[in-house]
Design a binder for this molecule. Structure first.
Ligand SMILES: NC(=O)c1ccc[n+]([C@@H]2O[C@H](COP(=O)([O-])OP(=O)(O)OC[C@H]3O[C@@H](n4cnc5c(N)ncnc54)[C@H](OP(=O)(O)O)[C@@H]3O)[C@@H](O)[C@H]2O)c1
Length: 260
């Protein structure tokens, strides 16, 4: 098979959480462009519908399913609906994520639980559900978890976020070692600072220009990353190009972590 053909995801069903904005929209688009039928999950149904319509207009196949990733019953319904539409989910991108900023001593219990519940607990339960269904169907597959460079290094004011992403990295390795025997690969991406319209770094450019400039200086490439630069790595990890790769964390950060 030619190297280019290894990016072909025809016949795969890819479920992307957090597909209503930011990186998740690009993950869904890139996977659909590669031929996967795409299942879009997030809470904002109107935004999901717009993403679905754009993918379909471009000739892709997509279904939008409104669900809160922290709701286990909604998760089961989402996988059932995905199967009804396209068949067993064989690619799962755990991308939905939230942040809570502020010093640990001032953090509320609600903020701690919201971040850990969304960024870590949900990644476990969605991965568990996806792999149970792949095993039952006798299908191999790929799980791609979106961690963060803050799961590896740390700064002030990010305790629950950093803990959740560090947990995702260990979860990636723990599930990879258990699922490899059935051909299910589990990998993670640790993005650095990614800038796109409406994204956190786009907002900080005006809200907190000092932090924006300091962060920019910390990136050896001298610029922020783009959503495409992360999405294309997700495609690589989801595709047969990465068929001998599991349990790995790929930093996609322009070298940002090297100087941290
Ligand atoms: N942008 C960066 O620089 C950067 C860097 C490192 C890592 N990351 C990680 O990349 C991922 C995407 O980040 P982003 O920058 O694209 O953020 P974003 O634009 O805020 O998007 C977050 C997505 O998660 C969804 N989401 C949040 N809570 C949810 C819930 N309870 N149930 C279902 N969906 C939920 C949101 O959809 P709804 O609100 O519609 O539910 C939205 O689609 C996150 O895991 C983030 O930690 C981002």
């Amino acid at each position: 098979m030619s190297a280019a053909k290894l990016f072909d995801l025809t016949g795969q069903v890819a479920l992307v959480t957090g597909a209503s904005s930011g990186l998740g929209v690009r993950f869904a688009q890139v996977l659909a462009d590669a031929g996967a039928a795409v299942v879009l999950v997030a809470r904002r149904a109107d935004r999901l519908a717009a993403v679905r319509d754009r993918i379909e207009k471009g000739g892709g196949r997509a279904v939008a399913i409104a669900a809160d990733v922290t709701d286990r019953a909604a998760m089961t319904r989402a996988f059932d609906a995905a199967e009804q539409a396209f068949g067993t989910v064989t690619v799962l991108v755990n991308n939905a994520g939230v942040v809570a900023s502020g010093r640990a001593v001032e953090l509320s219990e609600a903020d701690w639980r919201r971040v850990i519940g969304t960024n870590l607990d949900a990644v476990f339960f969605w991965s568990q559900e996806a792999s149970r269904r792949m095993l039952a169907a006798g299908r191999a597959g790929a799980i791609v978890n979106i961690a963060s460079m803050l799961g590896i290094s740390v700064t002030k004011g990010v305790a629950p976020y950093a803990v959740s992403k560090a947990g995702v990295i260990q979860l990636t390795k723990a599930m990879a070692v258990e699922l490899a025997f059935k051909g299910i690969r589990v990998n993670a991406i640790a993005p650095g600072s990614i800038e796109f319209p409406g994204g956190v770094w786009d907002q900080r450019k005006t809200d907190n220009p000092t932090l924006y400039e300091r962060t920019l200086k910390s990136i050896p490439f001298g610029r922020f990353g783009t959503a495409d630069e992360v999405a294309e790595v997700a495609l690589f990890l989801a595709s047969p190009h990465a068929r001998w790769i599991t349990g790995q964390v790929l930093s996609v950060d322009g070298g940002q972590l090297l100087g941290a």
